[in-house]
Design a binder for this molecule. Structure first.
Ligand code: PGA
Ligand code: ZN
Length: 416
């Protein structure tokens, strides 16, 4: 039973408003959740409710979403018996009444759903990751994917690809993986500084150098991995990309470093990248509307690199089912706020597991200090988490939560 539910308008890591939700239990204990927010969002994501009042936060205020939690959602949930999280999430979805959670706001709903998951974990006297673990799944510490170079919608530089991540696939455990991430990050800062590039940070804590060509970033990254004393590749530190191609797809072409590329050209470019660099995973290599391109990309490269759908699939079980059916990718990115409830997120992950698809749990570019996704990645045993650079408090909080989980358990580390 929920005794009290309140939301407040607080700031996210970009200084924009978001919701903090507090759920109080009858025994006086309470749990909190912070709601993340994206910048390069997929068009089919659940809808964030923003006020649109230009006099406050340039229209980005969340007073209405906060009001929906404090009034309608609190009235709906308070005092009622809910046997499990699924029943809470079902009540939220039904009360909202839209397909996209646009009425009450996916930001309002997801905050309540995350807080409710924490409440059930507390009542069961279990850590959140253990509560979230589906029956028959072995929890594990995921391979952290540190986003160390930022471009696209996450930085003011001219780099078109949004994210260049390092993934310590070969680390013996999570703590050593975090150490590798931080040491390569430091080596990369030295490399960039030596070449005269600015070492200011983008939204996710990666450097944002004025480099045009993605291949030039990759060369620097391989050098930094080597400088730090690691082996580039599967047995050491590999690289993962999130070009977020929907952001540079215009008029039927991909616009990269001054060139205009067809879907076929773009696929050939990735093929060349995979041949030349230790890139093990490519997310949103093509635009969300280019489904035929995705099918071709998967046929051509699916055996050699993980192909992750983010904007393409938006953590939506129905769209992921279609992606599986059409062989349009080999993995799904998992963002709780893209679909709006924890239960639907777990459903999407189940579909992936059953189809042999990998899953990478993900933060958003606008984050809070909330560490929910660390527990989600561990509990579901998916083996992959991306939550920014090994820098900036809101990113580091998640990695530190993983370290804490590892220290208090004997869970395995690595890809599922
Ligand atoms: P977003 O970007 O949170 O700004 O949408 C993250 C991503 O594309 O993976
Ligand atoms: Zn993405």
């Amino acid at each position: 039973t929920i005794a009290g539910l309140t939301a407040t308008e607080v700031l996210d890591s970009r200084g924009r408003p978001t919701l903090a939700v507090t759920l109080r239990l009858p025994d006086g204990r309470s749990v909190r959740a912070g709601v993340p927010s994206g910048a390069s969002t997929g068009s089919r994501e659940a809808v964030e409710l923003r006020d649109g009042d230009p006099r406050r936060y340039a229209g980005k205020g969340v007073v209405n979403a906060v009001g929906n939690v404090n009034a309608e959602i609190a009235d709906l949930l308070r005092g009622r018996e809910f046997p499990d999280l699924a029943s809470v999430d079902r009540a939220l979805i039904e009360a909202d009444g839209t397909d996209t959670k646009a009425r009450l706001g996916a930001n309002a709903i997801v905050g309540v759903s995350m807080a409710a998951a924490r409440a059930f974990a507390l009542l069961a006297d279990r850590p959140l990751w253990r509560y979230l673990a589906p029956a028959g799944v072995t929890p594990r510490l995921p391979v952290p994917h540190f986003n160390v170079v930022n471009g696209g919608a996450h930085a003011p530089n001219r780099l078109d690809f949004q994210e260049f991540m390092i993934a310590p696939l070969g680390a013996p455990d999570l703590a050593e993986a975090v150490r590798a991430g931080a040491e390569v990050y430091a080596a990369l800062r030295r490399r960039l500084a030596d070449k005269g590039f600015a070492t200011g940070l983008g939204d996710e804590g990666g450097f944002a150098p004025e480099i045009d060509a993605p291949e030039d970033v990759l060369t620097t990254l391989v050098d930094a991995i080597t400088d730090a004393g690691y082996t580039p590749g599967h047995h050491g530190v590999a690289i993962a990309l999130d070009p977020a191609a929907s952001e540079f797809y215009r008029d039927g072409s991909y616009h990269v470093a001054g060139e205009s590329l067809s879907t076929g050209d773009m696929i050939a470019r990735y093929e060349a990248i995979v041949n030349r660099f230790p890139v093990w995973s490519i997310e949103d290599g093509l635009a969300e509307g280019d489904w035929d391109g995705w099918v071709e990309l998967t046929a051509r490269l699916g055996g050699r690199a993980q192909l992750v759908g983010d904007d393409l699939l938006v953590t939506n079980p129905a769209i992921v089912a279609e992606g599986i059916d059409r062989k349009a990718a080999t993995a799904a990115l998992i963002k709780v706020n893209q679909i709006g409830t924890v239960t639907e997120t777990l459903e999407t992950m189940r579909l992936c597991r059953e189809a042999g698809w990998a899953q990478m749990v993900s933060h958003r570019s606008g984050e809070t200090e909330d560490t929910f996704i660390a527990d989600l990645a561990v509990g579901t045993g998916c083996g992959q988490l991306k939550t920014g650079a090994p820098a900036r408090g809101e990113r580091v909080a998640k990695y530190n939560r993983l370290i804490e989980i590892e220290a208090g358990s004997d869970l395995p580390y690595g890809r599922a």
